[in-house]
Design a protein around this ligand. Structure first.
Ligand code: FAD
Ligand code: NAG
Ligand code: NAG
Length: 595
C-alpha cells in the first residue's frame, strides 16, 4: 500500500509531529481513488471533456489561444510585466485581472498542474491542489464571504472588497438546489438555537443560512480557471506543468534584493527561465498557496537563516525567521448520522454560524464528494472521496493509529458492508480561527516534494472549548424535531445499524454523556480531521506588508491563503478569489500610476 503513495508523501508521516499525520494520511487515502478509476470511466471522462471545452469556446477567446504546456516554452523568455506563480484559487483571478488592462503588458501564469477541464472528478482524489484552478477544482464548492469585521481588521478597502466579491460571484457562483436532508439540517440548526434564519445569503452573520456554490444546476463544477477565459491572448500566457523552483534576485548596490524572474521546470525536467521585462516596474507574484508560497520563498533564499543553511540553500537573500510560521488548519470534527431512509447526495449548502466560534455544516448521500450527475452516476457506489463514510469514519481512529495500512484495512472492511450502514450524512463543525498555530518547513530542496507541516491542532484550550460547544450543538440538531426523519427513532436502533456494520469501533457514535465535558474534549482531540482550510505561513505584517509585498526585497508579493492569519468566513474560497481580484485591481492601478 505505502508504495502506492506518491514519493513526496511517503515519508511525511514519519518526519512530522503526530497530529500532522492526519493530513498526510488523508492525502494518502484520497490518492487511493486514482487507481480505482476504470478504463471505461476514463473514456467517459474524456467524452465529457469535449462538452466542457465547447462551453469554453463560447467565450471570447478559447483557452487554446494562451494555455500551453511548459515543454513548449522557450528556454528563456523575458518580456513579462508580471509573473504569477501558481494558477490556483487566488492566482487565476489575479492573473486574469492583471491581463485585463491593455497598458499592463504581458502576464505569465505558471502552474505546476494540468488542465482542469475534461475530467469532472479532477482532484476529488487529492488534498493539495495541483491543477489549473487550484483548490477550487477539488473543494466542496461552498461559497460564503468573510465578515465585515474580518474585512476591517485586514485593513482592506471595503468598497473594493465588495466589488471584487461581486466580480467573482457573477462568474462563478450559483444558488444551490437544497435537498430535504439539507433543509432538515437548516431547520434543525434553527431549533437548536442557531438563530436567526438568514435565508440565502453570502454574508457572514450569526444564525443559519444557505450559501452559494460553484456547482451549477446541472452539477457541473466551475473553477477559478474560468476567470481566465475572457483574457486576451496577447496579454496572458499560461504554462501548465511548469513547476517553479526558484525566484531570481539581483542586488543594485546597497539596495534591497530585487526579484527579476523565476526558474521553472517542465514535466521532462527541462529547466526554463522567465524574466521580467527590463526597465523595471514588473513583479513576481506568488500565489502558490499555504504550503507552496512559504516553501518557494525558502527555496529562493528568503526564510530563517539556520533552516536555509541546513538545507544548503545559498545565498540567504533575506534572513526572515517568520516565513512558514503561523500556519494553521481549522480542526474539523464530524458526526456520521445514519438515516433510516435513503438520502440524496449533497455537499455543503447550509451553515450555522454560532456566536461562540463554531460553524456547523453537513454533507449527505451515499457517495460523498462526487456530484451525482453524468458519468459519475455510474461510478462505484462507494467512493473513497473526501467526506466519504470511509475516510469520515476513520476520523474516529486516533491520529497516531492512522497509518496508511490502518486506513486501507478499514476501507477494505467497509467495502464489504451492508449499504445501509452508509445511508445518512455527516454533520460537521469547524471552529473559528483557530488560535493554535504551527509551521511549514522544508524537508528537502526538491520543489516537487511536499514540505513538512505541523498544525498543533487544539494546542490552545479555547479551540477545544469551541469544538465542544459545536459538538453539543450538533447533538441538539440530531435530536431536533426537524431532523427526526433522518435519524433512527432510538439509540438502540441506531446502534443496531452499526452492529450490522460490524464496525462499531470505527464509528463516530454520538457521545453518551453530552453534559460531561471531558469525554467531549477527548472526542474533539481523538476525531479531529482537516477541512482543508489551512492558511498562513506568509502573514501580513510578518512576511508581507499591507500591500502584500514581501518585506526585505523588492518586486515580489504573495497573494493567496498563506497571507491569512485566520480563516475568513466559515469557508475561505470566496475570500481567496476576492483577494486575487482585489490585489489584481490594486497592482494594475499602481502600475499605471508608476508609468
Ligand atoms: C478537499 C477540499 C475541500 C474544500 N472545500 C471548500 C469549500 O467547500 N468551500 C471553501 O470556501 N473552501 C474549501 N476549501 C478550501 C479552499 O479550496 C482553499 O482555501 C483555496 O483553494 C486556497 O487557495 P490558494 O490560492 O491559496 O491555493 P491553491 O488553490 O491551492 O493554489 C495554489 C496553486 O499553486 C500551484 N503551485 C504550488 N507550488 C507551485 C510551484 N512551485 N510552481 C508552480 N505552481 C505551484 C498549485 O498547483 C496550485 O494550483 C477546500 C479545500 C480542499 C482541498
Ligand atoms: C459590503 O457589502 C456588505 C453586504 O454584503 C454590506 O453590509 C457592506 O455595508 C458593504 N460595504 C460597503 C463599503 O459597501
Ligand atoms: C428501538 O428500535 C428498535 C428497532 O426499530 C426496536 O426494536 C425497539 O423496540 C426500540 N426501542 C425503544 C425503547 O423504543
Amino acid at each position: 500500500m505505502a508504495t502506492r503513495a506518491p514519493a513526496g508523501l511517503r515519508g511525511l508521516s514519519s518526519s512530522v509531529r503526530p497530529l500532522s499525520v492526519i493530513v498526510a494520511a488523508l492525502v494518502i487515502s484520497l490518492c487511493l481513488c486514482t487507481p480505482a478509476t476504470s478504463q471505461q470511466e476514463e473514456e467517459e471522462a474524456s467524452a465529457s471533456a469535449s462538452a466542457s471545452a465547447s462551453a469554453g469556446q463560447r467565450q471570447r477567446y478559447g483557452f487554446g489561444r494562451f494555455v500551453r504546456h511548459a515543454r513548449d516554452a522557450p528556454p528563456v523568455s523575458s518580456h513579462y510585466s508580471y509573473i504569477v506563480v501558481g494558477g490556483g484559487t487566488a492566482g487565476c483571478p489575479l492573473a486574469a485581472t492583471l491581463a485585463e488592462s491593455a497598458g499592463g503588458g504581458h502576464v505569465l501564469l505558471l502552474e505546476r498542474g494540468g488542465y482542469p477541464y475534461g475530467n469532472r472528478n479532477d482532484g476529488v482524489v487529492n488534498a493539495r491542489a495541483r491543477v489549473l484552478g487550484g483548490g477550487s477544482c477539488l473543494n466542496a464548492g461552498f461559497y460564503t464571504r468573510a465578515s465585515g469585521e474580518y474585512v476591517r481588521s485586514s485593513g482592506w478597502d471595503a468598497r473594493l472588497v465588495n466589488a471584487s466579491y461581486k466580480w467573482v460571484e457573477r462568474e462563478l457562483v450559483f444558488r444551490p438546489d437544497v435537498p430535504r436532508w439539507q433543509c432538515a439540517l437548516r431547520e434543525g440548526l434553527l431549533q437548536a438555537g442557531v438563530t436567526p434564519d438568514n435565508g440565502y445569503t453570502f454574508d457572514h452573520v450569526p444564525g443559519t443560512k444557505i450559501g452559494g456554490t460553484i456547482f451549477d444546476r446541472t452539477g457541473r463544477r466551475h473553477t477559478a480557471a474560468d476567470f481566465l477565459r475572457g483574457a486576451h491572448p496577447r496579454r496572458l500566457t499560461v504554462l501548465l506543468h511548469a513547476t517553479v523552483s526558484r525566484i531570481l534576485f539581483k542586488r543594485r548596490g546597497a539596495g534591497k534584493p530585487v526579484a527579476y524572474g523565476v526558474v521553472f521546470r517542465d514535466r521532462a525536467g527541462v529547466q526554463h527561465h522567465a524574466y521580467l521585462r527590463s526597465g523595471g516596474g514588473g513583479e513576481v507574484i506568488l500565489a502558490a498557496g499555504t504550503l507552496g508560497s512559504p516553501q518557494l520563498l525558502m527555496l529562493s533564499g528568503v526564510g530563517p537563516r539556520a533552516h536555509l543553511e541546513k538545507h544548503g540553500i545559498r545565498p540567504v537573500v533575506v534572513d526572515q525567521p517568520l516565513v512558514g510560521q503561523g500556519v494553521a488548519d481549522n480542526p474539523m470534527n464530524s458526526v456520521f448520522v445514519p438515516s433510516p431512509s435513503p438520502v440524496a447526495l449533497s455537499l455543503v449548502q447550509v451553515v450555522g454560524v454560532t456566536r461562540f466560534g463554531s460553524f456547523i455544516e453537513g454533507v449527505s448521500g451515499s457517495q460523498f464528494g462526487i456530484p451525482l450527475h453524468g458519468a459519475s452516476r455510474r461510478r462505484t457506489a462507494r467512493s473513497f472521496g473526501m467526506f466519504s463514510p470511509m475516510t469520515g469514519q476513520l476520523g474516529a481512529l486516533r491520529p497516531s493509529e492512522r497509518t496508511p495500512e490502518a486506513m486501507r484495512r478499514a476501507a477494505d472492511a467497509m467495502r464489504r458492508l451492508d449499504r445501509r450502514a452508509f445511508r445518512g450524512g455527516f454533520i460537521l463543525e469547524k471552529i473559528l480561527g483557530p488560535l493554535s498555530t504551527g509551521h511549514v518547513e522544508l524537508r528537502s530542496t526538491d520543489p516537487n516534494a511536499n514540505p513538512a507541516v505541523t498544525f498543533n491542532y487544539f494546542r490552545d484550550p479555547k479551540d477545544v472549548e469551541r469544538c465542544v460547544r459545536g459538538i453539543e450543538t450538533i447533538e441538539r440538531v440530531v435530536h431536533s424535531r426537524a431532523f427526526s426523519r433522518f435519524t433512527y427513532a432510538n439509540a438502540s436502533a441506531m446502534e443496531a445499524a452499526f452492529d450490522r456494520a460490524a464496525l462499531a469501533k470505527f464509528l463516530n457514535l454520538m457521545p453518551r454523556h453530552p453534559r460531561d465535558d471531558r469525554p467531549l474534549q477527548q472526542y474533539c482531540r481523538d476525531t479531529v480531521m482537516t477541512i482543508w482550510h489551512y492558511h498562513g505561513g506568509c502573514h501580513v505584517g510578518d512576511v508581507v506588508d499591507q500591500d502584500y509585498r514581501v518585506i526585505g526585497v523588492q518586486g515580489l508579493r504573495v497573494v493567496d491563503s498563506s497571507t491569512f492569519k485566520y480563516s475568513p468566513g466559515t469557508n475561505p474560497q470566496a475570500t481567496v478569489m476576492m483577494l486575487g481580484r482585489y490585489m489584481g485591481l490594486k497592482i494594475q492601478k499602481e502600475g499605471l500610476i508608476g508609468k
